[in-house]
Design a protein around this ligand. Structure first.
Ligand code: ATP
Ligand code: MN
Length: 479
């Protein structure tokens, strides 16, 4: 008999039909009520076993985590808690799970810490929590592609191994096939990379933006969505060494267009998840609500997870300049009471505590900060007429801080060349990028969205390690 997915059975139940369902046993009550899940939905299907009709030996194998195939009639449920259930006619155990071993895992039905779950790469997928998180992660990825496709962007694959180290977005991972114990040396004792695989030092990419600009200045509008690597030794709840980034780049857009695109895009994703992931979202919403109760009043978030998504979808983001933000911060209570750990002065890079104050306390909505001091931003950002600031924008989200970083790019060759010199970027290395400013250069703009930061926002998970299947962080690449 052809297998049917549990999501489809529950969405469209045909009472009286005989069906085959395959999945893993979530719970077994009294060898009579099995909860079976196949990953297609957070909801289980209940299978009712008339144990007198089955072998003792078979019944013993229907333990939590084991894999089964069951066939039986779909009926209206007698019990509370589910609308339909399957009256089992045949059971096949597809894969056993030893109850003594299950005891030691996250499959044991009790609350486990997220840290403990992280140690069990395989079984954490089986939990309701991570099932919900990874189904939603998938939906966010799909929504990203759908949004850009519908808006006639082209998905551009930029390189993962890059020979340019000019992005300046962070520390890079070197890629090499040289023997680390015995690398070829130059006369001065330095490593001779001309003998390496690519004949020069190369790294894992920290951003696909520079390459995306080349595409945008011909194809009009492109986006990248790929793995991104930063060897920053920052053990925070918002940084991974390997993460995924979405980088749209649009010819003829200025900073205002760029902000409009970002805002529309983020609202679209919030709405997509609200509309398409109701069951998983309801579970995460309730989980967070329970967690909130155990927190002190002043640390609880005012809005629930679902309310936060609705808020982002329905409200305009607050837009202000970096200079205005500095003034707001200087007038703030925590500043006056010296509660900020880091200094607030025009010219400093804003720290997470400042960003969160603006979003969570002052404006209570997503914030777009623009026009940052040139010194603290990348070389390619467009110089403003004041000569001091650049057309940068950062989007700040509640609970997350920076979720998007972007800018209008410097399209004027002479100014860009001067910026390269200021930032010590040799023209021989970046000629392929400067070329775009030689053949019909036009204003253009783009941004980078950290995919995992967006998944954190839509799932309410507070540690970035819990929204990626296999997190890579300092000292941690076990599986
Ligand atoms: P942050 O200040 O938070 O370290 P950044 O300024 O280095 O970020 P950008 O270079 O602007 O980040 O990258 C664009 C986006 O990529 C950021 O807004 C963020 O969402 C995401 N991002 C950056 N670094 C990481 C990281 N290590 N792990 C996960 N996401 C990241
Ligand atoms: Mn940034």
């Amino acid at each position: 008999m052809k297998r049917i997915k549990i999501a489809d059975v529950l969405a469209n139940p045909t009472i009286g039909e005989t069906i085959t369902v395959k999945g893993w046993v979530k719970a077994n009550r009294a060898n009579r009520f099995l909860q079976i899940n196949d990953g297609s939905t957070i909801n289980n299907i209940q299978a009712v076993v008339d144990f007198e009709n089955f072998d003792e030996a078979l019944l013993k194998r229907l333990t939590t985590a084991s894999a089964v195939s069951i066939t039986g009639e779909l009926v209206e449920s007698q019990g509370a808690g589910q609308a339909v259930e399957v009256v089992v006619e045949t059971i096949e155990v597809l894969g056993d799970a030893n109850p003594d071993e299950v005891q030691k895992t996250v499959m044991q039905p009790k609350r486990h810490s997220l840290e403990f779950l992280r140690e069990q790469a395989h079984l954490r997928f089986r939990t309701n929590l991570f099932g919900a998180v990874f189904r939603i992660r998938h939906a966010v990825a799909y929504a990203v592609h759908k949004y850009f496709n519908d808006q006639r962007f082209y998905y551009l694959h930029t390189p993962i191994i890059t020979g340019s180290d000019a992005e300046g977005a962070g520390e890079m991972f070197r890629v090499s096939t040289l023997d680390p114990k015995n690398p070829p040396l130059n006369e001065d004792g330095s490593i001779d990379y001309s003998q390496d695989f690519f004949g020069k030092p190369v790294n894992l990419t920290v951003s696909g933006q520079l390459e995306a600009e080349l595409g945008a200045l011909a194809l009009g509008q492109v986006y990248t969505f790929g793995p991104t690597f930063r060897a920053e030794n920052s053990n925070t709840s918002r940084h991974l060494a390997e993460f995924w980034m979405i980088e749209p780049e649009v010819a003829f857009n200025d900073l205002k267009d760029n902000m409009d695109l970002t805002e529309d895009f983020l609202k679209y994703i919030a709405n997509y998840i609200l509309t398409n992931c109701a069951d998983d979202l309801a579970f995460l919403n309730e989980r967070e609500a329970k967690e909130q109760k155990s927190k002190p009043q002043n640390e609880r978030s005012e809005l629930s997870l679902i309310e936060r998504l609705e808020f982002v979808r329905d409200n305009e983001f607050k837009r202000l300049t970096y200079t205005e933000a500095i003034e707001v911060l200087k007038r703030s209570k925590p500043y006056k009471k010296k509660k900020f750990k880091y200094d607030v002065e025009w010219g400093v890079d804003l720290q997470s505590e400042h960003e969160r104050y603006l979003v969570e306390k002052e404006f209570k909505c997503p914030v777009i900060l623009t026009d940052y001091p040139a010194e603290i931003k990348a070389f390619y950002m467009r110089q403003n007429d004041d000569g001091k600031t650049v057309a940068a924008m950062d989007v700040l989200f509640p609970g997350i801080g920076e979720i998007v970083g972007g800018s209008q790019r410097e399209e004027r060759l002479d100014i860009l060349k001067k910026k390269c010199a200021d930032f010590n970027i040799p023209e021989e290395e970046i000629w392929w990028y400067l070329d775009t400013r030689r053949f019909g250069s036009v204003p253009h703009a783009g941004f980078g969205l950290g995919f995992e930061r967006m998944v954190m926002f839509v799932t309410g998970m507070t540690n970035i390690r819990d929204v990626i299947p296999f997190p890579r962080t300092p000292q941690n690449a076990e599986f």
